[in-house]
Design a binder for this molecule. Structure first.
Ligand SMILES: Cc1cc2nc3c(=O)[nH]c(=O)nc-3n(C[C@H](O)[C@H](O)[C@H](O)COP(=O)(O)OP(=O)(O)OC[C@H]3O[C@@H](n4cnc5c(N)ncnc54)[C@H](O)[C@@H]3O)c2cc1C
Length: 474
């Protein structure tokens, strides 16, 4: 190991591996950091012309945040921006149904290293934190570089991308981290596999808290509790599923509603406050202070975000193994899974660990083993998000008693994707090459993994049939 003087992070000796990462979202940025740490020479190509600060908040689980042990400077920054809110359930009329508990306590998992269970983050701040660290490592995201196609050349052992201007770039490894509309499916699957509407959309925003707190009834309801935030209020009933909370800086609310075709899969698609209030006016006994929260939202700040999904795709690697998909480009998550960001970050850590073990001569082994170690875990968590959404939707219909979604055990949060890759790489490779038996342990151990499709799963849930969500998820 050699250490750089500019950072307090230990960087491995040069691996000789060049990496091209498409997409400077959180998945792409952590991939760049982790592969830099492993001695790779990284480039990040981003379509937008500059860094984008859109978005509100996301939950990141401890399994992804364990990577901070390698990044002391970033950890300091992280601890300033992360918070662990209290959580409580409410009726749509505003009545509290459960006592507030730490959000992570919902999972009932005791973490072996005492890590906080679930932390909330402003997505723009988390994104900035990664970007700041990457800059300290001397890597600049290359903006205005839109990738339109992917290719590989097994004879020269390179992957590559075609940019919108027709130019091409190659590297020993290409990581497609270009989000859920990414174009790598043509190479990976031989055809486009577009994400489609899930039938739901979310209204969501984050704005300066003082604008909402000028109303005494809002200030009263959203007092700061522990850890610099109010209670994270989860509301359900009368066709509403929403969350409302605030920090010392921001008021935030997210309301899921049926997608009537007006929503878009874009963090830039806004609707007016009046339109949001109209959607909510259909809800009987809707508390007036919540209209206040919406009216107080600055104009042009409410995003109407179409929730998209794609059937789980077991193969994330190109035929030759020099291009690998990562994050939303490989797998879509509903917000009810609380895992879109976490799994993208876990992917980054796992891929970098596999590359470090395999080394320059075996990049395809690394991408294929990474895929083997990640797919079933991700697929179980995707299914959990769908079950949670359907349970919430069904709870709004009189007389329908949905099966409760499974509560995952320690395998979900008490997981370290780096250790897991290091412990399982060789056995995973032996499985792929020689057909040796191999079973992943980073997913519900007592449930047999069976391939599923979204329509099949949703249909089975509606009919109360047995799915991979049944059984012991502990
Ligand atoms: C602007 C933005 C705001 C978001 N806000 C929230 C939020 O508030 N709450 C939440 O839960 N989730 C949010 N998300 C989604 C969440 O961050 C991701 O679902 C998750 O973290 C997975 O990250 P990812 O890096 O795989 O994908 P993404 O975060 O989607 O990143 C993909 C990146 O690839 C770039 N890209 C796309 N196409 C190309 C191309 N052809 N060539 C080059 N680059 C390309 C995109 O511009 C983007 O920067 C947001 C995503 C974005 C892009």
């Amino acid at each position: 190991m050699s250490s750089t003087t500019a950072q307090r992070t230990q960087r491995s000796s040069p691996s000789g591996i060049s990496v091209l990462i498409t997409g400077g979202g959180v998945g792409g940025l952590l991939t760049a950091l982790e592969l830099w740490r492993r001695g790779c020479d990284v480039r990040v190509l981003e379509r937008t012309n500059t860094t984008t600060t859109a978005g509100d908040s996301f939950v990141i689980g401890p399994s992804a945040l364990r990577m901070l042990k390698h990044w002391p400077e970033m950890k300091e920054r992280h601890d300033q921006i992360a918070y662990e809110p209290m959580f409580a359930k409410y009726k749509h009329t505003g009545e509290r149904l459960t006592e507030p508990i730490k959000m992570g306590a919902l999972y009932k998992t005791k973490l072996s290293d005492g890590h906080p269970q679930l932390l909330l983050h402003s997505r723009p701040k988390f994104h900035d934190m990664l970007l700041e660290q990457l800059t300290k490592c001397g890597v600049q995201v290359e903006y205005g570089k839109e990738v339109v196609d992917y290719f590989e050349n097994t004879a020269t052992a390179k992957g590559g991308v075609v940019l919108k201007d027709g130019s091409k770039c190659e590297a020993d490894l290409v990581v497609a981290a270009d989000g859920l509309r990414g174009t790598s499916w043509n190479l990976v699957a031989g055809q486009p596999i577009p994400a489609r509407s899930s039938g739901s959309a979310t209204l969501r925003t984050a704005y300066p808290a003082e604008l909402a707190l000028q109303y005494p009834e809002v200030a009263e309801r959203f007092q700061l509790e522990q850890d610099r935030s109010s209670i994270f209020q989860s509301w359900a009933g009368a066709n509403l599923f929403g969350v409302f909370w605030r920090t010392d800086e921001q008021m935030m609310w997210i309301i899921t509603h049926p997608d009537t075709g007006t929503a878009e899969e874009s963090w830039g698609h806004r609707i007016s406050n009046e339109a949001a209030i109209e959607i909510l006016s259909a809800i009987p006994n809707w508390p007036k202070e919540f209209d206040r929260i919406i009216k107080a939202t600055p104009p042009d700040s409410i995003v109407d975000w179409k929730l998209m999904w794609r059937d789980p795709q077991p193969k994330w690697t190109s035929p030759g193994g020099y291009v690998v998909q990562l994050g939303d480009a490989a797998h879509t998550f509903l917000p009810t899974s609380g895992n879109g960001g976490t799994q993208a970050l876990e992917d980054a850590v796992s891929l970098a660990a596999c590359i470090a073990i395999a080394g320059k001569g075996r990049v395809p082994d690394a991408t294929r083993v990474h895929n083997l170690l990640r797919f079933e875990r991700v697929s179980f968590i995707q299914a959990m998000g769908i079950a949670r959404r359907d349970a919430k939707a069904a709870s709004n219909n009189v007389g329908v008693k949905p099966k409760p979604p499974p509560i995952p055990g320690a395998w979900l949060m008490d997981h370290d994707p780096e250790e897991y890759a290091e412990e399982n790489f060789e056995r995973g490779l032996a499985h792929l090459v020689d057909g040796e038996p191999f079973q992943n342990t980073n997913r519900p151990l007592k449930v047999e993994y069976r391939p599923w499709t979204i329509d099949g799963l949703v249909g089975a849930l509606d009919k109360g049939e047995t799915t991979i969500l049944d059984g012991d998820w502990s």
